[in-house]
Write a protein that binds this ligand. Structure first.
Ligand SMILES: NC(=O)c1ccc[n+]([C@@H]2O[C@H](COP(=O)([O-])OP(=O)(O)OC[C@H]3O[C@@H](n4cnc5c(N)ncnc54)[C@H](O)[C@@H]3O)[C@@H](O)[C@H]2O)c1
Length: 280
């Protein structure tokens, strides 16, 4: 086999690392799977949307590529998640990087009196309980090896209110709390625990929250316009790849001393006051 050029080896920032990505069949998760694969990682990705999962797997080489596989897994079911992590370790020998990406936003609601508690529980099940279970099973593999990186998806809703349903914002604040708490325990084992919190990225999850009066024939076009209009940073549109790059950074050796952090990928959205419009 021909030796790859040095430039491509240097640019493969996860060469030989084993990664597990939840909710990897679409949206931001798909972007993370593609980027990790391109950077030389061995990747197991899981989802409940099997058709999309297998389609992505095929597009990355399918059965011909021994470094990637897809498995069905509902992250809210503890046995499913444990089995998928076990499968990854059996197949690839270990686990270096856990990405808790799967999430839902819940049904939009503008009146707390109408919030269905079963909806609240569903969002917390996926966005909080499953993230904790992901941390737990990743830690089981990583503690004996005294290394690892666990990254969970937060949101701008992890640090401010008013950007989505109460259950979504509450759940994303909880992801930051879990990240800090688990980082406090796992630091002694050399394991880093962080989260990445993006502003609006045009995915199925996000477009569902576009206000009715902002909707255009193509909901994605309407969403992009809405996100642009309300962003702090102008002249650049936040993409799935931008978020995946932040996750790659935290997964890589470049972030070897970063733990307990919430990396905001929001162009300053949560750090500036929009209402006074002092500079516009
Ligand atoms: N898109 C945004 O604007 C945005 C902004 C901030 C944070 N986020 C966060 O990014 C993450 C990914 O969101 P996205 O925008 O790519 O959404 P998405 O809907 O495109 O992707 C989410 C994926 O998670 C999967 N999933 C849902 N429930 C699951 C379950 N029980 N088990 C396994 N997989 C499951 C879905 O099938 C889907 O493939 C979420 O945690 C979300 O809260 C998104």
């Amino acid at each position: 086999m021909a030796t790859p050029p040095i430039s491509s080896l240097v640019s493969q920032r996860l060469l030989g690392k084993v990664a597990f990505v939840t909710g990897g069949a679409s949206g931001i998760g798909e972007g993370i799977v593609r980027l990790f694969h391109r950077h030389g990682a061995k990747v197991c990705f899981v989802d409940v949307q099997d058709e999309l999962g297998y389609r992505l797997l095929e597009s990355l080489g399918g059965d011909k590529d021994p470094n990637i596989f897809y498995s069905h897994c509902d992250v809210t079911v503890e046995d499913d998640l444990r089995r998928a992590v076990d499968l990854t370790v059996t197949r690839f020998g270990t686990l270096d990087i856990m990405v808790n990406n799967a999430g839902i936003s819940g049904t939009p609601s503008s009146d707390i009196r109408n919030v269905d508690i079963s909806e609240f529980e569903k969002v917390f099940d996926i966005n909080v309980k499953a993230v904790f279970m992901g941390m737990k099973y990743a830690a089981s593999v990583m503690i004996p090896r005294k290394q690892g990186s666990i990254i969970s998806l937060g949101s701008v809703g992890s640090v401010i209110g008013g950007i989505g349903p109460h259950h979504y914002v509450g759940s994303k604040h909880a992801v930051v709390g879990l990240t800090r708490s688990v980082a406090a325990e796992l630091g002694q084992h050399g394991i880093r625990v962080n989260c990445v919190s993006p502003y609006a990225v045009p995915t199925n999850l996000a477009v569902a929250h576009l206000p009715e009066d902002e909707r255009t024939e193509d909901v994605f076009t309407g969403f992009r316009e809405f996100a642009k209009k309300n962003a702090n940073l102008q002249g650049v549109e936040l993409t799935v790849e931008d978020v995946a790059n932040a996750v790659l950074f935290l997964a890589s050796e470049d972030a070897r001393y970063i733990s307990g952090d919430n990396l905001l990928v929001d162009g300053g959205f949560t750090r500036v006051n929009h209402s006074l419009r002092v500079f516009r």
